[in-house]
Design a protein around this ligand. Structure first.
Ligand code: IPD
Ligand code: CA
Ligand code: CA
Length: 261
């Protein structure tokens, strides 16, 4: 059951990724979902391709897709981000991905993140490990924040929500080798799984952003919670802290440095 769906998720991610790769630099329709939250024709075309592919193969499965919302209901559900990194895509920056997860209740059973520009296909299935193309991946072994490289992101309500992550960004920038902002949450998580980053956090994300990525991290030996340490991350929206495990407590201490005092 998982194998068939994992194979489908990989095929569809490659197909949708090819569509995005060809579309990069040729965006003609840009609409605003919010002041700085964009959507292009490629978000929609990629999502349509993914939904049709899943629905044809497994009509009984429910789907939660970023642009179209929910399709069907049930314990088994797909989470789809057809283009994670729309701002980069719109500006011609080749850092974006397709993210596909399949979940049972609050548990991702498989996750695929595809970076079409580097042809990197990250995949994981529950209890079966995490992979980058055909190579097994593991999180990093960095044990101190002082030697770490982190990544984060900022939500689209940065201008209006006081909980805008700029304070945490500054706090980590002073305690690490650096903090990156790549612009694709799914890739951020995949890079933690592949030991390129030691940790990632973000304050407000939706299930399609992290459904695949959190399984990549946990199957690569890392640890995932909310930024307050709560282990169940399933909420809309939710915060995410994903690390190599060694840095989890140190990062929690920084993120909650003002709590209770
Ligand atoms: C966004 C990206 C970005 C993250 C935002 C997300 P989108 O997703 O993942 O890195 O910081 O919070 O909303 O809009 O490009 O699919
Ligand atoms: Ca998206
Ligand atoms: Ca996204």
């Amino acid at each position: 059951m998982i194998e068939e769906r994992l194979a489908l998720a990989k095929d569809l991610a490659l197909e949708a990724g090819a569509l995005l790769r060809e579309g990069a630099g040729h965006v003609t329709e840009i609409r605003h979902k919010g002041e700085i939250d964009l959507i292009t024709e490629f978000d929609l075309r990629s999502e349509q391709l993914l939904i049709e592919g899943i629905h044809q193969a497994f009509p009984q499965d429910a789907i939660l897709a970023e642009e179209d919302g929910s399709i069907g209901e049930g314990d088994y559900r797909w989470l789809i981000d057809p283009l994670d990194g729309t701002t980069n895509f719109t500006h011609g920056i080749p850092v974006f991905s397709v993210s596909i997860a399949y979940t049972q209740g609050n548990q991702p059973l498989l996750g695929v993140v595809y970076d079409p520009m580097r042809e990197e296909l990250f995949s994981a299935a529950i209890s079966a490990g995490a992979w980058l193309n055909d190579r097994r991946i593991r999180v990093s072994s960095t044990t101190s924040l002082n030697k770490s490289l982190l990544v984060t992101g900022f939500s689209y309500d940065i201008r209006t929500n006081p909980d805008n992550n700029l304070d945490h960004f500054a706090a980590f920038a002073l305690r690490t080798r650096g903090v990156r902002r790549m612009g694709s949450a799914a890739m951020d998580l995949a890079y933690v799984a592949a030991s390129r980053f030691d940790g990632y956090w973000e304050m407000r994300l939706w299930p399609w952003d992290w459904g695949a990525g959190i399984l990549l991290v946990s199957e690569a030996g890392g640890h995932v919670t909310r930024t307050n340490g709560e282990p169940n991350v399933f909420a809309e929206p939710t915060s995410i802290l994903a690390t190599n495990g060694h840095l989890h407590d140190e990062m929690l201490a920084v993120l909650n440095r003002n709590a209770g005092g």
